[in-house]
Design a protein around this ligand. Structure first.
Ligand SMILES: [Ca+2]
Ligand SMILES: [Ca+2]
Ligand SMILES: [Ca+2]
Ligand SMILES: [Ca+2]
Length: 398
């Protein structure tokens, strides 16, 4: 999931058959510039069940009840005239927890028709385990989310930062209860004496919401599948998707530090949920780095199979490519969307043609070292991109 680099202003542009407008449709600016408002942003799904999509914004450095950096999230509700200007604010935990570091729609985890929310608090210390991190799930309702979380998933390893990356609205076992996938990319493996191996955990929804026991867990990423030892497993997670079109949701995640090649890995869903077996997704050149630094799933060519957005680094420059999904999995090679940019991800089908668009953050002002504009690349049947179809830039976009 893309993350914002600075926390000045959130801009939302409403899609239409012609694409996106040149000016943002909605903006929100925080009351203070120190609470980290906007360092995480996500579609929240439909939290209050009124048929309009909602947006969640994290402010992990926000003060709550005089506790500094407890963190908070704000939910802006959609309507026929756009997003609300005021938000429901939710904050849980203790000083320094950084609640809201990561946010995602959970999907409908308890099957009551209201969308639910998943929030990561990376510096929470459950059970005295310093900065093990905690993930919270909130159930939606007609008046927004309940102030008390329905589920708390506690990190098990000190300094593991569970909740640094969270995604929801998966359905890995196709039972119509949404499932969530969360990562603790910095988790050590005390049993093996290894540091920062990372862990990814899946949790299935059900009538009472998300259970507290993971239905699948990957760490170290080695062994039967013949994969090399993992490192920082779960540094990136895909949003929900179905790569092989079998009706079971699949999940892709990345691993690795800044200097390693590493690979992205994907697991196919089934009746039992995500498979323990992982399929490696790599690039041809051994000189490439951080393969899977960002991953996402969306149907960019409109063939009914979700395609993989894969980011990696070549000679210090990031590249984003899209690889087609199909009945046998992810294609072995992909089409370059754009090189030399910052974060990238799919943004759904903005122009209603049945194909997912790709959005990337780019730098158009070389004296700055942060992104200065966003570019949109339309999905197309041949998975071929040359120029962006839309961009927006501004002094506050960084
Ligand atoms: Ca629900
Ligand atoms: Ca499910
Ligand atoms: Ca599948
Ligand atoms: Ca496709």
């Amino acid at each position: 999931m893309p993350r914002a680099h600075r926390f000045d202003q959130i801009m939302v542009s409403y899609g239409a058959s012609g694409g996106l407008p040149m000016m943002p449709s909605w903006t929100s600016t925080p009351s203070t510039s120190t609470d980290g408002f906007g360092s995480s942003v996500a579609s929240a799904g439909d939290i209050n069940g009124d048929g309009f999509g909602d947006v969640v914004v994290g402010a992990p450095s926000a003060t709550n009840a005089a506790m500094v950096s407890t963190g908070a999230v704000s939910i802006f509700f959609g309507s026929a005239t756009g997003l609300s200007l005021t938000a429901q604010r939710v904050s849980v935990g203790a000083a320094g927890d950084q609640f809201g570091y990561a946010v995602s729609a959970a999907g409908d985890v308890n099957g009551d028709g209201f969308g639910d929310l998943v929030v990561g608090a990376i510096s929470a210390s459950p059970g005295g385990r310093t900065s093990a991190g905690t993930v919270y799930v909130f159930h939606g309702g007609a008046s927004g989310v309940a102030a008390t979380p329905a589920a708390e998933i506690a990190g098990t390893v000190p300094r593991g930062a569970l909740g640094a990356v969270v995604t929801g609205a998966h359905d890995l076992n196709a039972d119509r209860f949404a499932d969530i996938v969360v990562a603790a990319p910095l988790a050590d493996d005390p049993a093996e004496g290894e540091s920062e191996v990372g862990v990814v955990r899946c949790f299935h929804g059900g009538a009472s919401g998300v259970g507290s026991t993971p239905t699948r867990e990957w760490t170290r990423v080695e062994g039967p599948a013949g994969l090399a030892s993992g490192y920082r497993v779960g540094r990136s997670l895909s949003r929900p998707g179905d790569i092989n079109g079998d009706g079971f949701g699949d999940v892709v995640f990345g691993s690795g530090d800044n200097n390693a090649k590493r690979d992205a890995l994907w697991s196919a869903g089934s009746m039992q949920g995500a498979s323990a077996n992982l399929t490696r997704i790599s690039t041809a050149s051994s000189a490439d780095r951080e393969v899977g630094a960002q991953v996402d799933l969306g149907d960019a060519n409109g063939d009914g199979f979700d395609d993989l957005l894969l980011q990696f680094r070549v000679d210090g420059m990031r590249r984003t490519e899209v690889r087609a999904g199909g009945a046998v999995g992810v294609a072995a090679s992909g089409a370059l969307v754009v090189a030399g940019h910052y974060d990238a991800g799919f943004v759904g089908d903005i122009n209603g043609d049945g194909r997912a668009e790709t959005i990337v953050a780019v730098n158009t002002i070389p004296i700055f070292v942060w992104p200065t504009a966003a570019q949109l690349y339309r999905g197309n049947p041949g998975l071929s991109w040359v120029m962006p179809d839309w961009f927006v830039s501004g002094p506050s976009f960084r």
